[in-house]
Design a protein around this ligand. Structure first.
Ligand SMILES: *Cc1c(COP(=O)(O)O)cnc(C)c1O
Length: 379
């Protein structure tokens, strides 16, 4: 929708994010609706096969969302009261909420500057005799140093659950995220590059874990139709699976488009002294779920977001410093600003800019121009 104010300025609304859905994808959904088989049927089974192949894991298990997938991973690994789970201090809040939900304790690790991911040294330093899982996040679609983190996990006997919620398509070397640790966890929420509306996916090479995921997502029913666990209902519908399938066949094109737009941002904003652009370590294919840059700390970030919104541009902050959120602050009483300075800074000064495959290069130039103008009024 172009509002009158936008039209008078000649500015098109540019959303932060927008799903890449074609008429064919819509027809695929409608075909499932007409088929009468709505939940966890042939479309889910096909999606799981395609997803496992894409990630390079033996198994993929579809679930209802990316939070459910993290939750089921912790339950299947038997994590509960008395256990510690290592999580980044900077992520979407779900990464830590699920740890609380199973009754375990979060051990927060600060992220590395400009990368927004935890590094192997930080993870290893956080290990204690109570550590039962490591949950590194591939934040914004950039793979963390997962090979070294998984190696630490194996050496110390601690399973690694990769929170790859926003990183479908992200590579480190030739490895796809979600295929290196014991478990990979993906989200298919509309804010990610590929979406089923709500949806999630678990990946693993471990046959026993995959079986547990299948049992736990479906009320605890096993293959002999016996109730062998106190399961949940985390099933995906068949029409959601049909919606994703077409997007997966276009994944390379979707990711190439996002990478192209990210490079335009880099070109347009590279010289801005008030903005620190995201770093991409050598050998990584970033999936650019979010183009997340840091404003200098003298600029009113929330004011910038507000001013961009008034100009029809959907910017936002990137993710939370989790131990600084009220629930975690009250429960853990950690001085986030000093203990997790990078996470705290990224939460306070991070800026996510519009990036989705319906945008043109000109749209990116437009966002960069408007941002530069807006920031000028705050300097
Ligand atoms: C989006 C996201 C989640 C949650 O996924 P949902 O599908 O929204 O439940 C978890 N972790 C991270 C890092 C995310 O970005």
């Amino acid at each position: 929708m172009v509002s009158l104010a936008d039209a008078s300025r000649g500015v098109r609304r540019i959303e932060l994010s927008r799903p890449d859905i074609t008429e064919e994808d819509i027809s695929a959904v409608v075909r499932v609706l007409r088929s009468g088989h709505l939940v966890q049927g042939p479309e889910v089974a096909r999606l799981e096969r395609v997803f496992a192949q894409l990630v390079g894991s033996r198994h993929a298990v579809a679930v209802s969302n990316g939070t459910a997938s993290l939750h089921l991973a912790l339950i299947a690994l038997g994590i509960g009261p008395g256990d510690e789970v290592i999580v980044p201090a900077f992520s979407y809040i779900a990464t830590a909420n699920v740890v609380e939900r199973v009754g375990a304790r979060c051990v927060f690790v600060d992220v590395e500057p400009g990368i927004f991911n935890v590094g192997p040294e930080g993870v290893e330093a956080a290990i204690t005799p109570r550590s039962r899982a490591i949950v590194p996040v591939h934040e914004f679609g950039l793979a963390c140093d997962i090979a070294r983190i998984a190696e630490i996990g194996r050496r110390r006997g601690i399973p690694v659950i990769e929170d790859a919620a926003c990183a479908l398509g992200a590579l480190r070397g030739r490895r796809h995220v979600g295929s290196v640790g014991e478990v990979g966890s993906f989200s298919l929420h509309p804010r990610k590059a590929v979406t089923s509306g709500e949806g999630g996916m678990l990946t693993t090479d471990d046959d026993a874990l995959a079986t547990q995921f299948r049992i736990l997502r479906n009320h605890g029913i096993d293959e002999r139709r016996e109730f062998v666990a106190a399961g949940l209902n985390c099933r995906m519908t068949d029409f959601q699976a049909a919606l994703v399938h077409g997007q997966l066949t276009r994944l390379d094109a979707i990711l190439d488009r996002r990478a192209e737009l990210a490079s335009v941002y880099r070109h347009e904003l590279g010289a801005a002294g008030w903005l620190e652009l995201p770093k991409v370590p050598e050998g990584c294919r970033h999936s650019w779920q979010t183009f997340h840059a840091l404003l200098s700390d003298t600029i009113d970030r929330d004011g910038v977001i507000q001013a961009l919104a008034e100009r029809g541009i959907g910017a936002n902050y990137g993710a939370q410093c989790i131990p600084a959120q009220p629930y975690f602050r009250d429960r853990y009483r950690l001085d986030s600003e000093s203990l997790f300075a990078n996470a705290y800074g990224a939460w306070r000064h991070g800026l996510a800019l519009p990036l989705h495959s319906a945008m043109s290069r000109q749209d990116v130039v437009q966002v960069a121009t408007q941002l530069t103008e807006v920031v000028g009024t705050f300097l």
